[in-house]
Design a protein around this ligand. Structure first.
Ligand code: PYC
Length: 331
């Protein structure tokens, strides 16, 4: 049996985005969070088939557009990625909103603005266009907050590290320069990948964050190595590790949100401050601390992230049950 998925492929700031424009399964659930659970229980083979080799690769990510649960909103998004279905993905949102608007899959009630349901909550979008092209997408994200500070771990290959955990739509282990970690270029991509899985395991063994309002969102999934910027006009740089082998080519939208919450909680950013974040390959997002809020009884901020995406082509992908690798594989 052959399943066909019509995709628009592209990238946001260098990181891949595969928008599945045709072939999405019908999902049950009264929110995108419940639909995410339904997808994981019944359709995860679609994610692995489209993201893992041979149809994808270590960095592959993307998602599906759904009608919103609440008709007051414009659209719902379900994210897929090598590590699972993320509660929120910033680079994925920028890409899918760009491709969806450029190809008429998203019809905004108010031009230039969207309300989007994602598993982590409802986000607002402001976008700009130049003719048929979407030139910029700004996400007013879900509340971001610091979940833990100063977790001490010992990681084979680098030594002792002090790590903070911050949420920006996913939970991030944040490592700032210290002791044996002297900066991204001193480590290099291969060591970042090699060490990050061990860092994540070491943090997971000591602490499991749980979202104050949605207990299905829990656990550290990503590792953010923070560093000083490389280029003029930027305020910081990062390497974000996800899945088993990926370094985000973009500055990572949820990672930037988590970092904004972290910098705000430690007195280094205030409401209204901008933070230009460079990725490992030095592509950029512009972050901003929009306002302070409470997330349940936890102090949080609303971050925004702005960036742009480029569609690279249409891609019709088959998953054929007779293919020995129909559900994909990882090595
Ligand atoms: O941009 O939020 C993001 C993201 C998450 C994982 C990779 N990119």
């Amino acid at each position: 049996m052959r399943h066909t998925f019509f995709c628009i492929d592209g990238h946001t700031a260098g990181n891949p985005v595969r928008l599945v424009a045709g072939g999405a399964p019908l999902l049950k659930g009264a929110s995108m969070s419940e639909r995410r659970q339904d997808f994981l229980a019944r359709f995860d083979w679609i994610r692995t088939g489209l993201c893992f080799e041979p149809r994808g690769h270590d960095m592959m990510s993307g998602g599906f557009l759904y009608p919103p649960v609440d008709p007051a909103n414009d659209i719902g998004i379900l994210f897929i990625e090598t590590s699972g279905c993320l509660p929120m993905c910033g680079h994925g949102t920028i890409g899918m909103v760009t491709f969806g608007l450029e190809h008429g899959l998203i019809q905004p009630a108010v031009p230039g603005q969207l309300k989007v349901e994602v598993p982590a909550g409802t986000i607002e979008i402001a976008y700009e266009t130049d003719g048929p092209k979407v030139t910029s997408v700004r996400i007013i994200n879900v509340p971001a907050y610091v979940a833990a500070r100063g977790i001490e771990v010992y990681v084979e290959g680098i030594g002792p590290l002090s790590i903070d955990v911050s949420y920006g739509g996913n939970y991030y282990a944040i490592i700032e320069p210290q002791g044996a970690y002297t900066g991204l270029d001193d480590l290099g991509a291969a060591r970042i990948v090699d060490l990050s899985g061990r860092v994540r395991e070491a943090v997971r063994a000591k602490f499991e964050p749980v979202h104050p309002l949605d207990p299905t969102i829990r656990g550290v999934s990503h590792v953010l190595w923070a560093d000083k910027p490389v280029h003029e006009g930027a305020d910081g740089r990062n390497a974000v590790f996800y899945g088993d082998k990926a370094i985000d080519r973009s500055p990572c939208g949820t990672g930037t949100s988590a970092r904004l919450a972290h910098l705000a909680a430690t007195g280094r950013l205030s409401v209204g401050d901008r933070f230009v974040h460079e990725s490992y390959i030095c592509s950029r997002f512009v972050g901003r601390v929009e306002k302070s809020v409470m997330l349940g009884d936890v102090p949080a901020i609303i971050p925004s992230i702005e960036g742009s995406a480029v569609a690279t082509g249409f891609n019709t992908i088959w998953i054929d049950r007779e293919d020995p690798f129909w559900a994909g594989f990882q090595v």
